[in-house]
Design a binder for this molecule. Structure first.
Ligand SMILES: [Zn+2]
Length: 338
C-alpha cells in the first residue's frame, strides 16, 4: 500500500505538466463532464453549477494563465469539446482566450468529419426513398396533449426545441431541405427575439414554428401569471415576425402546470410532448448519439421525436439519421393547425 502510494507520488512528481495550477484546471474541467454524465434530467443539467455556462466562465476568471487553460482545453476528448462548444460560441467577449478560434475550428472540423463518415455509403442508395414529409392538419380544439399523436407504425414527427441558434439552426434547415423533410420547431421567445431572421427563415423553408415559453424556465415552478405571460409574449413576438407561425406549445423540460394547461386548453393550444426522447442534450458524442437516437426511434416505432436544434451533435448526425430511417421504411409528418 505504502509502496504503491510512493510510486504514485513519484509519478506525479515526474510528470512535467502536473503543476498545481493545471491539475486544478483539469479537475475543474472534468467536474463539468462528470456532472453532465450524472445528470438525470435536462432540467437538472441546465441548472447545475457545473454546467459550462457557469463553470467555464468561472474557470476562466480563476485561471490567470490562459496558455495553460488552452492546453487543457485543446487536449480534451472530442465529445467533451462539443459539450463546451455552445458556451464558447456564445461568449466570445467574455472568453478572450488565445485558443478561441483553434478550439472552435477543431470541434467544427470533427463534427463535419463525423457527419460525413456517418453518411458515407448511405446517401446514394436512398435518393429514391426520399418521400416528402406529409403535413397533417391538426384539430386544435380543446388544446389536445400529443405524445404519439395517433401516428401509425413507422411514422414519426420530428421536433426541434430551444433555438433558434445562429450556429446550428441554418445548417439544420439545409439538411432538412436536402432530405425533403419538414418539422415542428419549438423556439423560445428570448431566442426568437435575438435571432428574428433565423426564425423567419425556418418558416420560409416550410417548417412550423411554435412556442417553447420565453425564458425556458420550468413552468411547474413558476407563478401562474408569470408563466401565462411568457406564453402570450412569445406568441405575440412570433406574430410580429412570421405570418404562418403555429399556435402550438411545448413546456420547457415537459414540466407542466395544471393551471397553465387549463389556460392552453381554453385557448385551443395543443401541448406537444414526445414519445421518443433522443437525449441529444446528454450524448455529445455524435457516434453514440446516432446509434442511441436510431435505436430509440426503432424501439418506440412511432410518435413525436424530441431533438434540440441548438446542439451541434444533433446537426452532425441528422443527414445520416434521416437516411437510415428512410432505409428502414420510416416516414415523417409535421403538424399544422386545421
Ligand atoms: Zn427545451
Amino acid at each position: 500500500m505504502i509502496f504503491s502510494k510512493l510510486i504514485f507520488t513519484s509519478l506525479l512528481l515526474l510528470t512535467p505538466l502536473a503543476s498545481f495550477a493545471d491539475l486544478s484546471i483539469r479537475v475543474q474541467l472534468s467536474d463539468i463532464f462528470t456532472a453532465q454524465k450524472a445528470a438525470t434530467s435536462h432540467t437538472a443539467w441546465e441548472s447545475h453549477k457545473n454546467h459550462p455556462n457557469q463553470a467555464l466562465i468561472r474557470i476562466l476568471s480563476n485561471s490567470p494563465n490562459k496558455q495553460e487553460l488552452c492546453f487543457e482545453l485543446l487536449r480534451l476528448k472530442v465529445e467533451n469539446k462539443i459539450l463546451l462548444y455552445n458556451t464558447f460560441k456564445d461568449n466570445f467577449l467574455t472568453l478572450p482566450l488565445p485558443c478561441y478560434t483553434q478550439f472552435l475550428n477543431k470541434t467544427e472540423f470533427y463534427l463535419k468529419t463525423i457527419a460525413d463518415k456517418l453518411s458515407s455509403g448511405r446517401r446514394v442508395r436512398t435518393v429514391k426513398l426520399n418521400i416528402p414529409t406529409e403535413i397533417i392538419a391538426l384539430d386544435t380544439s380543446g388544446g389536445p396533449r400529443l405524445v404519439y399523436a395517433d401516428l401509425p407504425p413507422k411514422t414519426i414527427a420530428l421536433t426541434f426545441d430551444d433555438g433558434p441558434s445562429p450556429k446550428t439552426t441554418l445548417k439544420l434547415l439545409d439538411i432538412l431541405d436536402r432530405h425533403q423533410v419538414k418539422a415542428n420547431f419549438f423556439s423560445t421567445g428570448q431566442n426568437i427575439q435575438r435571432y428574428k431572421k433565423i426564425t423567419a427563415e425556418i418558416a420560409k423553408r416550410g417548417h412550423f414554428v411554435g412556442n417553447h415559453s420565453w425564458s425556458h424556465r420550468q413552468m411547474s415552478k413558476m407563478k401562474y401569471s408569470e408563466a401565462k405571460n411568457e406564453i402570450i409574449d412569445t406568441f405575440d413576438l412570433l406574430d410580429q415576425i412570421i405570418e404562418n407561425w403555429v399556435p402550438f406549445f411545448r413546456y420547457p423540460y415537459g414540466a407542466r402546470s395544471k393551471r397553465v394547461t387549463q389556460f392552453l386548453q381554453s385557448e385551443n393550444v395543443p401541448q406537444f410532448f414526445w414519445a421518443i426522447d433522443t437525449l441529444d442534450w446528454k450524448y455529445s458524442d455524435p457516434k453514440y448519439l446516432f446509434k442511441y437516437a436510431l435505436k430509440q426511434i426503432k424501439t418506440q416505432g412511432r410518435g413525436i421525436v424530441l431533438f434540440h436544434d441548438i446542439q451541434p451533435q444533433t446537426i452532425a448526425i441528422m443527414p445520416a439519421l434521416l437516411d437510415a430511417l428512410r432505409q428502414q421504411g420510416f416516414r415523417t409528418v409535421a403538424f399544422t393547425p386545421q
